[in-house]
Write a protein that binds this ligand. Structure first.
Ligand code: PGA
Length: 259
């Protein structure tokens, strides 16, 4: 049975004192609750990964980077390598976020390369895919998702399905307040899981976590998580306040009991 993942993508938000205050409050909460069934992940900006890894070491909260360099080392000013991230002991790294695709011209081939370099360094990728509004309106959502999967998983082996987490994030729902309906989201998640079943076999597809992202908040999380193929959320805006993040982990724990 897959655990539910509640992952906060903080993007370019929060300074050091805010990051530390959030972690301290979340740990207070975690100390008094059973957090076994929900995996909590926080993705702060690069400068704060180190303090987060230290603060959250041996705690039921994992740390994720928001991106990684495609290169292993050398003259790439401003880049952060997978080796550097691994040396912090962090577990996850988001790749292929639509904001990276849009503002940094990332292609599926680059995201595939990032997946490889992360896995070679023992970091679990959280790989994002999703269609734009024009693509959805043109009725080609499925084609786009399959094209992204083909490109991002070219020459990639999966043995268990636990080597990677996929996040379905329709671009039109990110930061817009417009969430995909549970039915729209489930339809995309099922298509994604079926693609994995076809390429890697049913056991891999069954283990794979597929997160939904795009204006997730405490008010809409339960109905999304109630869908059979939605295994958690990659959450931007609503993950910035610790109260809201905790509320979402509570909702996830309740849903998990009933799933
Ligand atoms: P949002 O962002 O929850 O603010 O829509 C989600 C994401 O971009 O991962």
């Amino acid at each position: 049975m897959r655990k539910i993942i509640i992952a906060g993508n903080w993007k370019m938000n929060k300074a050091l004192n805010e990051v530390e205050a959030f972690c301290t409050e979340l740990l207070d909460y975690a100390a008094g609750h059973n957090c076994e069934e929900v995996r909590m992940i926080l993705a702060p900006a690069f400068p704060f990964l180190s303090s987060c890894c230290r603060l959250l070491e041996a705690q039921p909260v994992s740390v994720s980077a928001q991106d990684v360099s495609l290169y292993s080392e050398g003259a790439y000013t401003g880049e952060v390598s997978a080796v550097m991230l691994a040396s912090l002991g962090l577990e996850y790294c988001i790749i292929g976020h639509s904001e990276r695709r849009q503002f940094h011209a990332e292609t599926n081939a680059m995201i595939c390369g990032k997946q490889k370099i992360l896995r070679a360094n023992g970091i679990l990728p959280i790989l994002c895919i999703g269609e734009s509004l024009e693509q959805r309106d043109a009725g080609i959502t499925g084609d786009i998702l399959l094209e992204q999967l083909e490109g991002c998983f070219e020459d990639i082996d999966l043995e268990t399905g636990k080597e990677v987490t996929v996040a379905y994030e329709p671009v039109w729902a990110i930061g817009t307040g417009r969430t995909a309906t549970p039915t729209q989201a489930e339809e995309a998640h099922l298509l994604i899981r079926n693609w994995f079943a076809h390429k890697y076999g049913p056991a891999v597809a069954d283990n794979l976590h597929i997160l939904y992202g795009g204006s997730v908040k405490p008010d809409n999380l339960a109905e999304l998580l109630a869908q059979p193929d939605i295994d958690g959320g990659l959450i931007g805006g609503a993950s910035l306040q610790v109260e809201s993040f905790i509320r979402m982990t509570r909702i996830a724990a309740q849903i998990k009991e009933g799933k």
